[in-house]
Design a binder for this molecule. Structure first.
Ligand SMILES: [Zn+2]
Ligand SMILES: [Zn+2]
Length: 303
């Protein structure tokens, strides 16, 4: 008798067979999913083919592309909204994207809304010369609130999203918007004794800095471990990093933000950050939260 299986039934059979095969080979042979919440198109001139190879080498299964605004290229010639939409359309199973625009131009709202309607799942990275509690940044937060998406922010003293000591007022004003902190001034402020002029401090950390407090006290504040600043957070004081990762295990997310073409080895910052997360997580469960589960939840991904 010929039996027509529905697609669902067929997938069920296929999955069972695959699971059977996996248990024979050993479950560890299946690659673990990893979400990278911080990459860019055309990063310092890197092509899409080189980016795709980089992410594969790194072991990333889902990549969030963060576009530049209409000017400045995020200071690294990064591609704009149209470029991240294009790559996500070509490889929808692996690439998803945020929308972005310069915060302090009149067209910001319209441009953000256009790409959010085209499928962007967040806003950022916001790396523009405004105060983090300015009316201009708050207009971006209003768009995030209306679309129920997070905002990823580059905090850099005297440069971008300035005034981190006042950011708690924004968290209080927009309790339904999730904010993801990133970059020099975000990570340096894990230290209670941080000197705001220093971008990559190498001193031991006294817990209780601005970043530590924002993550502890505000359910809508998250941290992006990408870039030299995220790596520096691990290397400046490993003992502190272990305790910090434990305490904020539900708030931290892996990101690479590196512009190399390797995706592995000492020349790849993302690979170094991955290694440090694996070293500092107290258990496999904590590691999985930071490499996958937190991003899946905060970005509301169906992966
Ligand atoms: Zn950045
Ligand atoms: Zn890399």
């Amino acid at each position: 008798m010929h039996v027509e299986l529905s697609r669902r039934e067929f997938l069920g059979v296929a999955t069972t067979s695959l699971l059977g095969a996996a248990s024979v080979i050993g479950a560890e042979s299946a690659p673990e999913p990893i979400i990278d919440i911080h990459q860019h198109t055309n990063y310092s001139g890197r092509t899409n083919a080189q980016l795709i190879a980089h992410q594969k080498a790194l072991g990333v299964t889902t990549t969030v592309l963060l576009p530049a605004g209409r000017l400045y290229g995020l200071d690294a010639d990064c591609g704009r909204n149209d470029t991240v939409l294009e790559l996500a359309k070509q490889r929808p199973r692996e690439y998803i994207f945020f929308a972005n625009e310069i915060a302090n131009i009149p067209e910001a709202r319209e441009e953000l809304e256009k790409y959010l309607k085209l499928g962007a799942i967040g806003i950022g990275e916001q790396k523009f010369k405004v105060a983090c509690d300015s009316p201009e940044f708050q207009r971006v937060a209003e768009v995030a609130r209306a679309f129920n998406v997070p905002i990823l922010m580059h905090f850099m003293h005297n440069q971008y999203n300035t005034g981190i000591e006042r950011f708690h007022t924004v968290l209080e004003k927009f309790p339904t918007v999730n904010f993801i902190g990133h970059a020099q001034t975000w990570w340096a402020n894990v230290d209670k004794n941080h000197d705001q002029k220093v971008m990559y401090p190498s001193t031991k950390v006294t817990p209780g800095g601005i970043t530590d407090r924002l993550l502890s006290e505000y359910p809508n504040m998250y941290g992006d471990l990408s870039a030299g600043s995220g790596l520096n957070f691990f290397t400046r004081d490993e003992e502190h990093a272990r305790a910090f990762v434990e305490r904020h295990q539900d708030k931290l997310m892996f990101g690479s933000d590196c512009n190399d073409v390797f995706g592995r080895g000492p020349g790849c910052q993302g690979a170094n950050i991955l290694a440090n997360i694996r070293k500092c997580a107290s258990s496999k469960a904590v590691e999985r939260k930071i490499l996958f589960e937190n991003a899946r939840r905060v970005l509301k991904l169906a992966v």
